[in-house]
Design a protein around this ligand. Structure first.
Ligand code: ARG
Length: 372
C-alpha cells in the first residue's frame, strides 16, 4: 500500500513538473508513513513540506496542488490535508477486503512465484550427536525450517542438510563406554548428557579406559568394522532422539536430510591436497593452514584457517570446505544458507573466503551465514 501511494504521489510530482509548478530536475525521495492517529488517515506523507522550498510555495498550497494532481485509485478512499501541509490518505476498506478474498481464493495466496527459481541448500539444526541439543540447535532448527518452508512456497527447490557433528575424538570415549555398558546403553543414551558425563568420568579416572578410548578413535578412523558398527549404533540412538525433538516441534527434517561431518571423511585429504596445489597452504608449527590477508586478530597478526593439525587430524573447517565443494559439485546449489549461532560468524567468513579462493565453489554460488 505504501508503494502504491508513493507511486501515485510520484505521478502527481511529474504532473506538477509538466505544469512548471515544480522544477523539472527534481527527483524527490517520497516518504509514506503509517499515520499515528487513524482518525486522520491510514497513511501520511510530508512530501509537500520537503518540496515547498524548491517549489517556492507554502507547504499547504503545494499539498493542495499535489492532492489535486494525484491520480484516482480504487484503493484510496480519501485524501486530505492536515496541519502545515501533511497529506493524509485513507485506504478503501472494501478494496482491501477484495484483495484478501482473491488471495484466499488462490491456492498460492496470491503470492507470486520466484523467477528464476533457485536450488537452495539449507544447512540447519546440525547438533552434535555426542551430546544433547542445546538452545542454539533448537533456534537453528526452528528458524531454518521456517525459511526452508517459505523458500519452497516461493517456488525454490530446497535441499535440507543436517550437518550433524558425528565425528571427532570424543567418539572414542563414548564407544569405549558403550562397549562396557551394552545393556544399559539404550536406556542411558536416553539421557545423552549423563552418558557423556559418565564416559568422561571413566576417561579421567581410569587410565586403561582412556587408552581403550584412544584406541577406538584410531580404529574408527581406520574403518574397523566392529568399531564402525558400534559408532553406527550410537549415532542411530542419538539421531532417534533428534527426530523425536523435530517431530514434537513440527520441524520437517527427516533422516534422509542428515549428512553429517563423517560423510566427508574420505574427501578431507583431497581438500588439503587441493589447497596445496593452488598454493594456499602454509605450514605453521606443524599445522597446515591457510592465511588470507583480510583476516587478522586484534593485534593485527594474521589469523589462520587451520585445515590439518600437526598430528594429521582434520578440523571443523576442513569438513566445511568439503561440504561446500559437495554442495556445488554434487548438489548443484545456487545458494547455501547456514543457520548457525552468530558466534561462528568468523568461522564462516573464513571458510567461505577460502572455498572461493581455492575454487571449491564458483563466485555465482551464494554462501550466507544466517547468524542468530
Ligand atoms: N555442529 C555444529 C555446532 O553445533 C554446527 C554445524 C553447523 N553447520 C556447519 N556446516 N558448520 O556448533
Amino acid at each position: 500500500m505504501k508503494n502504491l501511494i508513493s507511486q501515485l504521489l510520484a505521478e502527481a510530482v511529474d504532473t506538477l513538473k509538466g505544469q512548471g509548478v515544480l522544477p523539472a530536475d527534481l527527483s524527490p525521495s517520497i516518504q509514506v508513513e503509517n499515520a499515528r492517529d487513524k482518525a486522520h488517515g491510514d497513511f501520511a506523507s510530508n512530501l509537500a513540506m520537503t518540496l515547498a522550498k524548491p517549489a517556492g510555495m507554502k507547504p499547504r498550497d503545494l499539498a493542495e496542488k499535489l492532492v489535486a494532481a494525484m491520480p484516482a485509485h480504487e484503493a484510496v478512499a480519501e485524501v486530505n490535508i492536515a496541519g502545515p501541509g501533511f497529506i493524509n490518505i485513507f485506504q478503501d476498506g472494501s478494496w482491501l477486503a477484495r484483495q484478501l478474498e482473491s488471495a484466499l481464493a488462490d491456492d498460492h495466496l496470491g503470492v507470486p512465484r520466484a523467477h528464476p527459481a533457485q536450488r537452495v541448500v539449507i544447512d540447519y539444526s546440525s547438533p552434535n550427536l555426542a551430546k544433547e541439543m542445546h538452545v542454539g540447535h533448537l533456534r537453528s532448527s526452528i528458524i531454518g525450517d521456517a525459511v526452508a518452508r517459505v523458500l519452497e512456497f516461493l517456488g525454490h527447490e530446497v535441499i535440507r542438510q543436517n550437518h550433524v557433528g558425528d565425528w571427532g575424538t570424543q567418539f572414542g570415549m563414548l564407544l569405549a563406554y558403550l562397549e562396557e555398558n551394552p545393556v544399559a546403553a539404550e536406556s542411558e543414551l536416553g539421557d545423552l548428557e549423563n552418558f557423556y558425563r559418565q564416559a568422561k568420568k571413566r576417561f579421567d579416572e581410569d587410565a586403561a579406559f582412556a587408552d581403550r578410548a584412544r584406541e577406538r578413535v584410531v580404529q574408527l578412523q581406520a574403518g574397523d568394522p566392529a568399531c564402525l558398527e558400534l559408532w553406527h549404533r550410537f549415532n542411530d540412538i542419538s539421531l532417534g532422539h533428534c527426530q523425536a525433538v523435530y517431530d514434537r516441534l513440527g520441524v520437517s527434517l527427516r533422516r534422509d536430510d542428515v549428512r553429517g561431518e563423517s560423510a566427508y571423511n574420505d574427501q578431507l585429504a583431497d581438500i588439503v591436497r587441493q589447497l596445496e596445489a593452488t598454493g594456499l597452504l602454509t605450514e605453521s608449527e606443524g599445522a597446515r593452514c591457510v592465511f588470507l590477508d583480510q583476516f587478522s586478530n586484534s593485534e593485527g597478526k594474521p589469523l589462520p584457517v587451520i585445515v590439518q593439525k600437526a598430528g594429521g587430524g582434520y578440523l571443523y573447517a576442513t569438513t566445511d570446505l568439503a561440504a561446500m565443494r559437495y554442495r556445488h559439485q554434487q548438489l548443484h546449489a545456487d545458494r547455501v544458507l547456514y543457520f548457525v549461532d552468530q558466534r561462528q560468524a568468523l568461522h564462516f567468513q573464513q571458510v567461505f573466503a577460502v572455498a572461493r579462493k581455492a575454487g571449491f565453489v564458483p563466485e555465482s554460488m551464494e554462501l550466507e551465514h544466517m547468524g542468530f
